[in-house]
Write a protein that binds this ligand. Sequence first.
Ligand code: ZN
Length: 201
Amino acid sequence: MAQGRTARELDPGGDSLESQSSGPNRGGVPRVDASDHDVHRRCADRGTGEARLTAEDEAYMRRALALARRAGEAGEVPVGALVVRDGTVIGEGWNRPVGAADATSHAETEAIRAACRGVANYRLTGATLYVTLEPCLMCTGAIFHARIDRVVFGARDPKTGVAGSVLDLYATPLNHHAAVEGGVLADECGALLRDFFAARR
Ligand SMILES: [Zn+2]
């Protein structure tokens, strides 16, 4: 896997974020309420989704968790994502809207941008996107536009998740390509977010 190189390329150089990290500015960022037990819930409501999960899925989700921690260390809501195709990581990203001063800099969009640049193609047919938190509306749009085949997420997001929580856009005619499966390492993904918000209170 080539994640080391890509990760450095994406490094926002987070020191300058410290001054912003204690404020309430989380606009556009997925939130998980620390008291909401939905983040623990595995994705049992998605039928046979769990059946396709493999040890490889878990390993990639552990990498996504490591990327999420990088976001947290920079004072950003800790969400991480990576794009994998043919057993190779082709893009990585972590949530960094505050540091980037960019509302669209979620983990998924960062990973998709890195992957598209890396393979010099705006379509990522055949790819799987791993993300520690259920995708939001914006990221789901990017996933659909990129023609990503499969989305594997960790914790549910009862506030902005659109893979079954607030909405299920993956079950609408908007989705032509992407299978979605949730609940992979959901407890760890959710705990990272709860600990982050608890530390800010
Ligand atoms: Zn998003």
